[in-house]
Design a protein around this ligand. Sequence first.
Ligand SMILES: [Zn+2]
Length: 247
Amino acid sequence: MARTTEALFRDDAYQRTAQAEVVSINDRGGILLDRTVFYATSGGQPGDTGTFEREGGGRIAIAATITGETKDEIIHVPASDQALPAVGERLKLLIDWERRHLLMRMHSACHLLTVVCPFPITGAAVAEDDSRVDFDIPDASFTKEDVTVRLMELVRADHPIFTRLITDEELAANPGLVKSKNVRPPVGTGKIRLVCIGGNGAIDSQPCGGTHVKSTGEVGEIHIGKIEKKGRENRRFRLRFGPMPAN
Ligand SMILES: [Zn+2]
């Protein structure tokens, strides 16, 4: 039976540590807790890695975090050869914050890219150093230089980034909020989480369960490394950190 893990990262993406209790160990050695700061892979953002500290002093290295039967069931996958905790044991959770913060900056950067390129999204993958977003784009006039300039304008403006919940009915009344061509946000739970950029979400608002930085300035310097043609009307944009290399 699927269990619900309290997902602390949904309310505070900056929480790096928490105390939690082991609820169960699944048949593949995955650890389920009552609450967690570890983001589980979904929506194109990879799950967290990190460490569990045991009360006795031992450590358990966590190599991946995934969802189980439902998105509310979060499974922590230990690295190989780790001792497993007992059900009921109290653990101190520590995410690999350096990696997570890179993923937060990149995920927010991907949302900025959807502002600069307002076309249907056909795929996306956030990574620590090189993310990609695929769009259906009818015209091929975008250059990586122009897109980079517009992305950096949004970064330098330091717009706030925040989340808010809307109802299924509000989403149905605003179909333009959904930018993904193939993936629909889950409805039926009553609440949909929007990630908003700018005052009142004026720059962008879209359904997203990921973790984001609190302002566009925190994204830092980014550039488009490449725009690849993936079909007649499909373009893959690659986002990277740092200034655009001169060549
Ligand atoms: Zn997102």
